[in-house]
Design a protein around this ligand. Structure first.
Ligand code: PLP
Length: 368
């Protein structure tokens, strides 16, 4: 019995790994035969699986047979060429082969010393990607800024909202939280609202300004200016503007430069969410959609949407990494070490699956 419960060894990894690759390759060869939308009824799986985990190990082949017979019918096939729902979520063979390496190395890189290659590779690759997107140099890690991988765009906007909130509260005092106001168009992804809820921004201070067909559903700078003026008159504190390049429902592109100037003249943090369409901007013919990003404080695009990368990988760049570090760092004893105490910078893990608010921006040697 003890013998049968032995973990698989390297030779079994070789054997079963090949079988798993064959399984996935066959899936892709036949993916167009599946109905894109799963046809099962809610609760279908409970009837097909035992009530409790088996006491005895199963053969690998039997597990694969179960996946074929019981799991695949309950899958909606996001990678099918016939899938047109929500937004593109393309992966690639390169993407999942990389995931295999990531899973195999299974690094927990919460500080530089915990795996130097993870930290350094992440910083280098995000600099590469920033250059491909022609982001201003301020977003590169050589200066005060840098890129950091988040799980999702929802996490990215939350992280920068927290940084912006704490930055303004350091200036105006902690008691002013109820006066802080966030602005965006009503086309903005709902993750902004969720981030506001988590960050303690009062719901009535989250201004989702109506965008109409007259501006191709982009946020009007005039409307923004008017709303900010009204809020200032009644003693509120505008502190965060979120613009979008490619809104989820209408692919609207907000006028970054004009909006950013308004944000700057009011001392606000300006975030640009290009989660969905940002990948396209590596193409020279689409780069102009990002014009004006030079006035942004932070910029985000999802590699897991249109960049042939497995879910989840969301790239976030900031101009001032110290704002993130100040808002999100802790410094527990068990993470301190001599090397990282002499370093500074934004660092996270490049390889491996991120966990919500775990694999986030922090100073080298610090986490939160
Ligand atoms: N922002 C935009 C413009 C989006 O289209 C989406 C998702 O569709 C998001 C944010 C949220 O992305 P995520 O699922 O990575 O949180």
């Amino acid at each position: 019995m003890e013998n049968r419960l032995k973990p698989m060894d390297a030779e079994q990894l070789r054997e079963y790994g090949h079988k798993m690759v064959d399984f996935i390759a066959d899936y892709y060869k036949t993916i167009e035969n599946f109905p894109v939308l799963s046809q099962v009824e809610p609760g279908y799986l409970r009837n097909l699986l035992p009530d409790s985990a088996p006491n005895q190990p199963d053969s690998f082949q039997h597990v694969l047979d179960d996946i074929q017979a019981k799991i695949l019918p309950g899958v909606t096939h996001w990678q099918s060429p016939n899938y047109f729902a929500y937004y593109p979520s393309n992966s690639s063979v390169a993407g999942f082969v990389g995931e295999m390496l990531s899973a195999g190395l299974n690094i927990v890189g919460f500080s530089w010393i915990a795996s130097p290659a993870a930290t350094e590779l992440e910083m280098i690759v995000l600099d590469w990607l920033a250059k491909m997107l022609k982001l201003p140099e301020d977003f590169l890690s050589a200066g005060q800024g840098g890129g950091v991988i988040q799980g999702t765009a929802s996490e990215a906007v939350l992280v920068v909202l927290l940084a912006a909130r704490d930055k303004v509260l350091r200036r105006v005092g902690k008691d002013a939280l109820e006066k802080l106001v966030v602005y965006a168009s009503d086309q903005t992804h709902s993750s902004l609202q969720k981030a506001c809820q988590i960050a303690g921004i009062h719901p009535e201070n989250c201004r989702l300004l109506k965008a109409t067909s007259s501006t191709n559903y982009a946020l009007s700078p005039e409307f923004l200016s008017e709303t900010i003026s009204q809020d200032l008159t009644i003693g509120l504190i505008p502190f965060f503007l979120c613009a979008t390049v490619g809104t989820t429902s209408s692919t609207a592109v907000d006028p970054l430069l004009s909006l950013g100037k308004i944000a700057k003249s009011n001392g606000m943090w300006f975030h640009v969410d290009a989660a969905y369409a940002g990948s396209a901007c590596v193409c020279p013919e689409f780069r102009h959609y990002m014009d004006g990003v030079e006035v942004a404080d932070s910029f985000n695009m999802n590699a897991h949407k249109w960049f042939l990368t497995n879910f989840d990988c969301s790239a976030l760049w900031v101009k001032d990494r110290s704002a993130l570090v100040q808002a999100l760092s802790t410094n527990p004893e068990y993470l301190k070490n001599k090397i990282t105490e002499t370093m500074d910078g934004i660092t996270t893990v490049w390889l491996g699956k991120p966990a919500m608010l775990y694999k986030k921006s922090y100073q080298v040697g610090q986490t939160f």
